[in-house]
Design a protein around this ligand. Structure first.
Ligand code: SF4
Length: 218
């Protein structure tokens, strides 16, 4: 990647998100889930794995175990059997069992709605917690994944040397009316348009606003 772009100004960012909002008013995450608990499990399983791969594994798992109680009844070997196509599956299965036990013991089987409580669960880091807060509680939490980190620096929408700095740049610079959906607009833009190796600039709705050195001119 080329050198990080400078932070874009307010008016350019406002225009970028106005266009994202017009083209996709209700952007959705791509991890399948049926309730807050299965969302936590799906996001925890998705670390260093693709959403498509996680969805394939959880399709059957969540039919059998969509609550922490049912997951505990399935047991570690049962969880492993379902998720063994996912990277780091043994460790992830252990964490799913441990976090399910904590939810039952300490939270009455209900997923807590604060970042501090979420990150106290095994296998749940700040990024996972922020995805859950954003997707389930519609809280404007920003989970910076590889796509957001890349395009934040490439475009100047939210540049930063670290994941935390990019998270702060989003919170500080994206107008509040776009904060809730910013997470998904940026991820989807990075996943399907502003791709890592070869951005599809010809199909980019913010092309005229983009000053990135990676922009492909044709
Ligand atoms: S013009 Fe190209 S580099 Fe710029 S945001 Fe769009 S896809 Fe990314």
């Amino acid at each position: 990647m080329t050198a990080p772009a400078k932070q874009l100004d307010y008016h350019t960012i406002h225009e970028i998100f106005t266009r994202f909002a017009a083209s996709d008013p209700e952007p959705k995450g791509e991890l399948d889930h049926v309730n807050a608990y299965t969302l936590v499990v799906a996001v925890a399983l998705s670390a260093q794995s693709t959403d498509v791969g996680v969805n394939k594994a959880t399709k059957e798992l969540f039919k059998i175990a969509d609550t922490p109680e049912k997951m505990l009844a399935l047991g570690l070997d049962g969880v492993i059997e379902h998720i063994k196509t996912i990277g780091l599956y043994r460790n992830k299965a252990k964490n799913v069992i441990k976090l399910s036990q904590i939810l039952v013991d300490d939270y009455g089987g209900v997923v807590p709605s604060s970042r501090a409580a979420l990150v106290s669960l095994p296998g749940v880091g700040r990024k996972t917690a922020n995805v859950v807060l954003n997707m389930w509680w519609s809280y404007p939490a920003q989970a910076v994944d590889t796509h957001i980190f890349r395009i934040g620096n490439r475009t100047g929408i939210c540049p930063g040397k670290t994941v935390e700095a990019v998270e702060r740049a989003i919170e500080d610079n994206i107008p509040v009316e776009f904060q809730h959906h910013a997470h998904h607009w940026l991820i989807l833009h990075g996943r399907y348009v502003c791709k890592a190796r070869k951005p599809v600039c010809a199909n980019c709705i913010i092309r005229d606003l983009c000053t990135s050195e990676d922009k492909i001119h044709d």
